[in-house]
Design a protein around this ligand. Sequence first.
Ligand code: HGY
Ligand code: MN
Ligand code: MN
Length: 408
Amino acid sequence: MVNQERLWQRLMALGEIGKQPSGGITRLSFTAEERAAKNLVRQWMIEAGLAVREDAVGNLIGRREGRDAGAAVVLAGSHLDSVLNGGNFDGPLGALSAVEAMQCMNEAGVQTDRPIEVIAFTDEEGARFRFGMIGSRALAGTLTLDELEATDSDGVRILDAMRQAGLNPAKISEAARSKGSVHAYVEVHIEQGKVLEQAGLPVGVVTGLAGPLWLKFTIIGQASHAGTTPMSMRHDALVGAAEILQVIEHETRKEERTVGTVGQFSVFPGGVNIIPGRVEFTLDLRDVDADTRQNVELRIRQQARQICDARGLALDVQVLQDIDPVHCSVDIQNTVYEACAALGLKAIPVVSGAGHDCMQLRDLCPVGMIFVRSKDGVSHHPDEWSSPEDCAAGAAVLYHTLLKLATV
Ligand code: HGY
Ligand code: MN
Ligand code: MN
């Protein structure tokens, strides 16, 4: 059904862009690496017979016409950016599976009723500017100009980075799709977990996605001399933060599926003999149930406030990203199961702990996802890996799913 070798070679070639000495990949949004990746995928989109363009926010789009050019389009794709020192499959498998499916339709001379568009989204990960899904939010029409003022660790604003990449931030609203113009969105993605591996299955059907809430905690105490300040007279921001980290671990462990991760942590001024005056850290809090996540968030915020009050510390909590959990379209899930059956593949339902671009399209169109088995469940790491056979299985299921969704 699909050309496994071609898909695999493209995945390996794309994986060379942004490769680090560790073997991991760093391909951040609006950088030369992401541009190189888009240029390469653009070539493959052209080889696949697609009409290629880039929208106002830098999403790379390859369009395949259907019998009815005016019909609502079916979208498929994923992202090309990565986390720092990430893996080779997170994002690219979805984008290249969609290109492969289109190329196979062209090679088979298959015509659909609806047009299909392959999308390589800009900045899904948020690894550079501390919130992500910039491309899918622009397509959904929910990205605002003032959000482009956010800066990376070098102080470069998103809008500056966009201009440096040849884009005009003032035009991001042109990337938005109108309600009714999109029939469905389907994304192939690595599972990034162990469910499929433990079930011994190559693909899974995503039922829902946990919503990531990203918070930035800033704790301000009093920097002072480590030798001359008695313990009883300190306002040590780091010790307060350490207590809050214990609260995060304790409160998330109370719940069945809630997860909490402190991924970034900075201590200022950072001298060996200086009591930390300021600490900043991020919290990535997720659950597939919105109420549960909110209850955990409130418990953490309350106890963080109590800890800081007791220690004479100031506390600021900033919301960097707040994405509600999403339930996938049951119709699309059923279509994916039918596609798996047509291929003789057994599939099971899987919940996504990871966030994906489809979450941003929930109000635009029905969304669905096809998961591909991850070795050892590893992701966001150089050891991230899926087999050529499983990647091809994901692309084949996507082919059949798109065929069905694009047929009126
Ligand atoms: O953070 C996530 O869940 C995704 O990898 N962006
Ligand atoms: Mn990711
Ligand atoms: Mn991803």
